[in-house]
Ligand binder design. Structure first.
Ligand code: PEP
Ligand code: MN
Length: 339
């Protein structure tokens, strides 16, 4: 059920509707918009009777929701969500660039990359302290020590920190040291982790699962939002296909597909999406051209020596060139993206 309030509904009228929803034992999700407030309802097992709401003052419409999702949809919020991270944003007019190494390996490595990221004008720094590796014998990240290095980078350069939480205890730590919780592709359907992230006050960057359909990915976002955290960024990072010329197949059609359904910002990860250094820049350009709100890019000061994902890491020089390319493309397509 979706309650659409009249454009001139008062705060008191909205509050009265929220109270009725709570009295029925459900959870209300008010979404103020440019023209009207809509209220999503979760927590109901069966359908909700619209007659509870239709006659309440200020209510324009009570609409039954036939789709599997309730909170990510444009019906609930016709305007795009802008995820704000302090004075930076994802989903606004500016192209969001999140860059950094796959993993934080040492203080000197992280600072060398952060320096270049700052110089490029990007607002976000990425780097894993907890790495979900295919092999248990591969480098697993520096753990809390890595988070402390990230916090130092935030302090030194003013960059916002995006880093992965592998489990619920990891969310507690990310909350202590960072600005955005990354949920990795392998965790996209870790429902207790999604719920925990949904109770956080930090925004969540939700990567698409290795072989997740659009619906599964959007429903994972619903898990987070159903807990009350509406600051979710979707990240297309490539999916498994039969293709062998890339690590994953970057599904750029997901960007306009998401746009048609959801108000959430969507970014593209051409690093994991291709797995190959020489493909990252062309696919980053393409990602911006299809209307992504931002990019997440792996950069290393010495890709040959990277402890994780070296084959897809850009050098500092390549990264600098990428930023200048994608900014130029964004400038050309931005007016179209807004319409
Ligand atoms: C990463 O961003 O380094 C990462 C592990 O990504 P994904 O979860 O998309 O594989
Ligand atoms: Mn990586």
């Amino acid at each position: 059920m979706l309650i659409v309030m009249k454009a001139d509904a008062t705060e008191l009228q909205i509050e009265a509707v929220l109270r009725v929803i709570e009295e029925l034992g459900f959870k209300p999700h008010p979404m103020p918009g440019a023209n009207r407030t809509a209220i999503g309802i979760t927590g109901n097992q069966g359908s909700v009777d619209p007659t509870h709401f239709e006659t309440l003052p200020g209510v324009a419409e009570a609409i039954r929701v036939s789709k599997p999702y309730k909170l990510i949809t444009l019906e609930l919020r016709p305007e795009k969500t802008i995820v704000r991270v302090g004075d930076a944003a994802i989903g606004g007019d500016e192209l969001a660039i999140i860059a950094g190494p796959c993993a934080i390996e040492s203080r000197s490595q992280a600072f060398a990359v952060a320096e270049a990221v700052r110089r490029s004008g990007a607002r976000f720094f990425r780097g894993g302290a907890y790495k979900p590796r295919t092999s248990p014998y591969a480098f697993q990240g520096l753990g809390e020590e890595g988070l402390k290095i990230l916090a130092e980078i935030r302090e030194t350069y003013g960059l916002k920190i995006v880093t992965e939480a592998l489990d619920e205890a990891g969310v507690d730590l990310v909350e202590r040291y960072a600005d955005v919780i990354q949920i990795g592709a392998r965790s996209m359907q870790n429902f207790s982790l999604l719920r925990r992230a949904g109770r956080s006050s930090l925004p969540v960057l939700l990567k698409r699962g290795l072989s997740a359909t659009l619906d599964e990915w959007l429903l994972a976002a619903e898990y987070i939002m159903a807990e009350g955290n509406y600051q979710v960024v979707l990240c297309e990072r490539g999916i498994r296909t039969f293709a062998q010329h890339t690590r994953n197949t970057l599904d750029l059609a997901a960007v306009p597909a998401v746009r048609r359904i959801s108000h959430l910002p969507v970014i593209v990860d051409p690093s994991h999406g291709t797995g190959k250094n020489f493909m990252v820049t062309p696919l980053a350009r393409a990602g911006v051209a299809v209307g992504a709100d931002g990019l997440i890019i792996e950069v290393h000061e010495q890709p040959d020596h990277a402890l994780c994902d070296g084959a897809q890491a850009l050098t500092l020089e390549q990264y600098e060139q990428l930023v200048s390319d994608v900014r130029a493309i964004h400038e050309v397509i931005a007016p179209a993206a807004v319409s």
